[in-house]
Design a protein around this ligand. Structure first.
Ligand code: FES
Length: 127
């Protein structure tokens, strides 16, 4: 496992914020076209900030580590700040990913952004 950074291994073995938010304000789901793995993010929003973020990832170790890191970075951020989180940023925070695993990092921030968009659409519907 030498090609995984310590941070990746840590987040894979002890993923933070795993689970589902039953009354989520927004849900974002993405599939990885390369391998078929799936990731779902659930968000709770309060005062324009991400109060809680949880995820369920049906995928490889790198995808789990990426989801865990995204959730950790995102909690407490404003919606705008969270929209500025990029997949590359997450991979960097994890101390990098092996080149053949970079495609796994493409899910994380995208799923989070989709959950935020879902929340915004729901807000519009309410108005
Ligand atoms: Fe599918 Fe990593 S192999 S997300």
């Amino acid at each position: 496992m030498a090609f995984y950074s310590e941070k990746v291994m840590n987040h894979f073995q002890n993923p933070r914020n795993v689970g589902e938010i039953k009354d989520a304000d927004g849900i974002g789901e993405v599939g990885n076209p390369v391998c078929g793995d799936m990731m779902t993010f659930y968000i709770k929003v309060k005062d324009d900030k991400l109060e809680d973020v949880k995820f369920k990832t049906f995928g490889c170790g790198a995808a789990i580590a990426v989801s865990s890191m995204v959730s950790e970075i995102a909690i407490g951020k404003t919606l705008e700040e969270a929209m500025n989180i990029t997949n590359a940023m997450v991979a960097k925070e994890l101390g990098g990913l092996p080149p053949n695993k970079m495609h796994c990092s493409n899910l994380g921030a995208t799923a989070l952004h989709k959950a935020i968009e879902d929340y915004k659409n729901k807000q519009k519907e309410k108005k």
